[in-house]
Design a protein around this ligand. Structure first.
Ligand SMILES: *Cc1c(COP(=O)(O)O)cnc(C)c1O
Length: 423
């Protein structure tokens, strides 16, 4: 069977490594080729072959309002007509910054960047500059973008493709990254006992979303807060996925724990390339030009992306998060039951509008337990669901996302597809 997607993928493999511009899109771990997308709207995408997909990837999280949201589209087009980039300050940067601070009061000052990777990389540089220390503690399976020091025991595509470490990251840099298992405060305390004077920051996904969804155990985030305070290290919440998702005010709001710095991305750009880091004023004041820690960006605070971000956050502030959480929980629960009825062991992790179905009977609380899930069964499930027009994450180690555009009929349709799957 030859399709336009296939012929694009053949061409793509001759011009883009692996045929893609980001590894997880290649669908390698689920044993098939990617579909090329022509258009998306609401909860749907349409392939270049005209096939409709009910989408639960949502661009890996950004499209919480649904694809091609009319108000976001209108704001971006209006901004674009006035010029795509100025390289000079524009009002929208201030407006989006203030809007973020209104929603997340911990973000006393912010700096806009162009991706989540840039946000986390810059936040760590700031933590190092502020504390005068070099080491960073991260958690096994957490993904913080692709900058060098974060690719040690990382999640997302690094986990999906089983890449052990990453060539290109010198040992001298990898050695500055300390590790602990997610949800293991004892291991964090041990690292602080051994390296306390050298740890600039602890960076954590307050709800892990890059080895599939893993919730923080009760007391875990507060425990990190306490250890960081005790040893004079900064606590960074990487809310690139969870910001505006697990609650309007993100995980800091949902769990009532205050980090020193927060990184944002994905939803904040409404589909445009935007990242942001921010936090306490006294720390953010160390960023150039108000302080000595250098960080810059030609397209940072881009007027079109800022307009899309403002339109996104203004609408999100009016949405019923509790209702979407309830519908997502019921939907994911029923999906898990359908798979169990087929004789499969399933561990369902779900929070707000995100969930992961792990094909394992082991409760999944960290990277090691996530790895007990059967990737081959997930691949089979993924391929059959896609055949029925339902687009799930192309890896068993990623979250599925619902959005405010997903209707009850959409969810029903996805469940009908799951019933037809043969595992
Ligand atoms: C996606 C992601 C990033 C990286 O963001 P990019 O925009 O892809 O660079 C960082 N941290 C977390 C938690 C993410 O999920």
């Amino acid at each position: 069977m030859s399709s336009q997607s296939q012929s694009y993928f053949e061409r793509a493999q001759n011009i883009l490594p692996g045929g893609v511009n980001s590894p997880v899109r290649a669908c390698k771990s689920v044993g098939c080729d990617p579909l090329f997308i022509h258009r998306a709207a609401g909860s749907r995408m349409w392939t270049v072959d005209g096939d409709e997909l009910l989408d639960f990837v949502m661009s890996w999280g950004p499209m919480l309002l649904g694809h091609a949201n009319p108000a976001v589209e209108e704001a971006a087009i209006w901004a674009l007509k006035n010029g795509a980039s100025f390289g000079a300050p524009c009002p929208a940067e201030v407006e989006l910054g203030e809007l973020i601070r209104e929603i997340m009061p911990n973000m006393e000052m912010v700096r806009m960047v162009s991706s989540g990777t840039e946000a986390t990389m810059s936040a760590v540089r700031l933590a190092r500059g502020f504390t005068g220390r070099a080491k960073v503690l991260k958690f096994d399976g957490c993904y913080h973008g692709h900058s060098d020091g974060f690719l040690v025991s990382a999640g997302s595509g690094v986990a999906t493709l089983c890449i052990p470490g990453t060539p290109g990251v010198p040992d001298a840099i990898a050695n500055l990254t300390l590790l602990a298992p997610y949800n293991d405060l004892g291991a964090v305390a041990a690292q602080f006992e051994a390296h306390g004077d050298d740890i600039a920051c602890v960076i954590v996904e307050p709800v892990a979303g890059n080895v599939g969804l893993i919730a923080p155990a009760p007391g875990f985030l507060q425990g990190l807060r306490d250890l960081c305070t005790k040893y004079g290290a900064l606590l960074i919440f990487d809310e690139v996925i969870t910001g505006f998702r697990v609650a309007l005010g993100g995980a800091s709001q949902r769990f009532g724990v205050t980090p020193d710095l927060v990184t944002l991305g994905k939803i904040i750009g409404g589909g445009f390339p935007v990242g942001c880091y921010g936090g306490k004023k006294e720390i953010m004041a160390h960023i150039a030009p108000s302080g000595p820690v250098y960080q810059a960006g030609t397209l940072s605070g881009n007027p079109v992306a800022m307009a899309a971000g403002i339109a996104t956050l203004k609408q999100l502030a009016k949405q019923d998060y509790a209702a979407l959480e309830k519908r997502t929980a019921a939907f994911a629960g029923e999906m898990a039951d359908i798979l169990r009825a087929k004789g499969r062991k399933v561990t369902l992790n779900q929070m707000a509008s995100m969930f992961t179905l792990f094909f394992t009977e082991t409760p999944v609380t960290d990277y090691a337990t996530a790895k007990t899930a059967d990737g081959a069964v997930y691949g089979e499930f993924y391929r059959q669901m896609r055949g029925f027009g339902v687009n799930l994450a192309p890896s068993g180690f990623e979250c599925a996302f619902t959005s405010f555009a997903h209707t009850d009929d959409d969810l029903k349709k996805a469940l009908e597809a799951a019933r037809k799957v043969q595992l």
